[in-house]
Design a protein around this ligand. Structure first.
Ligand SMILES: Nc1ncnc2c1ncn2[C@@H]1O[C@H](COP(=O)(O)OP(=O)(O)OP(=O)(O)O)[C@@H](O)[C@H]1O
Ligand SMILES: [Mg+2]
Length: 466
């Protein structure tokens, strides 16, 4: 049955109602909720300062909670008896456990399914992952009581940790983890995502925790949800992704499809979380250095707690450097432009400087972070690969991922060093010209070659390239 009224609760409190009438969709906060200083907005695009909001930001927010994978949506529509493309009704069916601390109810007076945890053993997990690998659209397979949704195009399902066991969260119960089998057509994809995220965490970035597991023959990455916090019980923390924050539909997640780029995101973060803007700059650098092609606006989120918003930990970070076609890199570009350049290996100091300007951060500081991360990420990746328990996988990544990432970082460092050397050489030339004619040097001392092969300074006596 089509839903015309969706009741929205945030952090367990009734916050407002989304209604649809004659094609018009609107969201109205409860006045008592919006007036409360402790209230959290549903989205930055649905601020509490206005009680009523019209269609565009409401639909962008709701649509952004659902899978990007159209076949998953149509399957869910069929399973729940709603019309394909009817986002309100779909959210009404799967909206008890979604990204963040929001829950949707179609009838607030009816008893809500309290739900709980149903343990799932390793054999069942193996079976479910195998089934998902065979039928990539069946995300909620065999889970009749499921009422969860997550965005993204890749196969996945939610899990909850129950002591030492894995469980399925049913009804209103919060899941705590996300399991992804990885992209089948890309070798070792789940493993590479795990290693990429671990390596960035090792160099100091704030990244969601992951583990890599094999259930029988089925590999998977299991990601801990940072929007859940478990002490005695599990609480939800509110979040939204950047397309939702900008009131954009999910299909605009890539910058070249109309999604936000560094300038818009820098401006947004500059107004709410300047420390988060620095972390975002780090994320742009790190995603570039590992050749991650998919860091689009739905792969960055904001945590929303009362009236404050901050950049969430990083997730869905994976290098694409091991995938080649006819001996050329298959994924050649970053998702967002870095000062006008996206190709891996082609970003030069002037692009980093422009990117810093777009973001609103200090250019010298950003170049310094490029240098630091290019110096540390290759070792961190190698260490994570060496830590893997399976020798065969370790060897594959040792042979492919580690050298490819080391090369990209080395090229990046070289592009920065070139500027440093050029400036140093120019400085020397100016100093020599100012000092007047020099005595001729003997050949053995380098003679006229000196200026063509300058050595970089070992101390900071010359202006840094930034
Ligand atoms: N660790 C996490 N904690 C909380 N929420 C998360 C976490 N990881 C992912 N999410 C949420 O789940 C969504 C889907 O996850 P993810 O981005 O990993 O899926 P994906 O299908 O690989 O995405 P894509 O389509 O970008 O490839 C994210 O957009 C985000 O809202
Ligand atoms: Mg994603």
């Amino acid at each position: 049955m089509a839903v015309h009224e969706l009741h929205v609760s945030i952090y367990g409190r009734h916050a407002g109602v989304i209604t649809r009438s004659g094609g018009k969709v609107r969201f109205a906060y409860d006045e008592s909720y919006a007036d409360d200083n402790g209230a959290t907005p549903l989205s930055l695009s649905l601020p509490l300062e206005s009680l009523e909001h019209q269609r565009r930001p409401v639909m962008a927010y709701l649509d952004g909670l659902l899978p990007d994978h159209v076949r998953v949506r149509s399957r869910w529509a069929k399973e729940h008896g709603v019309t394909e493309g009817d986002v309100l009704s779909l959210i009404g069916a799967v909206g008890l456990d979604v990204a963040g601390a929001v829950q949707f109810h179609t009838d607030p007076t009816a008893a809500q399914p309290a739900g709980g945890l149903r343990r799932i053993d390793e054999l069942e997990l193996e079976e479910r992952i195998r089934h998902l690998r065979e039928d990539g659209a069946d995300w909620a397979a065999g889970d009749a009581e499921a009422s969860w949704s997550l965005a993204g195009a890749q196969s996945k399902f939610t899990l909850a940790r129950d002591g030492d066991h894995w469980a399925t969260a049913t009804g209103s119960a919060p899941s705590t983890h996300i399991l992804k089998p990885g992209i089948t057509v890309l070798e070792d994809q789940a493993l590479i995502e795990h290693v990429s995220m671990r390596a960035l965490s090792a160099v100091g970035l704030d990244v969601a925790r992951t583990e890599y597991a094999e259930f029988g023959a089925e590999p998977a990455i299991i990601i801990e949800r940072y929007d859940r916090r478990t002490r005695h019980s599990t609480l939800r923390i509110h979040q939204e992704d950047l397309t939702q924050a900008f009131a954009l539909m999910p299909e605009r997640k890539y910058e070249d499809k109309g999604g936000p780029g560094l300038q818009q995101i820098g401006q947004l973060l500059g107004g709410i979380d300047t420390e988060g803007r620095d972390r975002f700059a780090d994320a742009i650098i790190a995603n570039y250095l590992i050749g991650a092609p998919d860091a689009h606006a739905k792969n960055y989120s904001l945590l929303l707690v009362r009236r404050s918003a901050m950049l969430a930990p990083l997730y869905d970070v994976a290098s694409g450097l091991t995938y080649r076609k006819d001996d050329t890199l298959r994924f050649t570009k970053a998702a967002m432009s870095i000062g006008g350049e996206r190709h891996f290996g082609a970003v030069q100091p002037e692009h980093w400087r422009k990117a810093a300007k777009n973001l609103g951060v200090d250019a010298g500081g950003m170049l310094e972070r490029v240098r630091e991360l290019a110096g540390t990420i290759p070792d961190a990746l190698r260490d994570e690969v060496e830590r893997l328990p399976h020798e065969a996988a370790r060897q594959r990544l040792r042979d492919k991922l580690v050298p490819a990432a080391a090369r990209l970082s080395a090229d990046t460092l070289e592009s920065l060093a070139t500027v440093r050397e050029r400036r140093w050489a120019e400085g020397r030339a100016a100093a020599i010209a100012a000092a007047g004619p020099q005595p001729r040097r003997g050949k053995g001392l380098g003679g006229g070659q000196f200026m063509r092969t300058p050595q970089p300074p070992t101390t900071g006596t010359l202006p840094s390239p930034s």
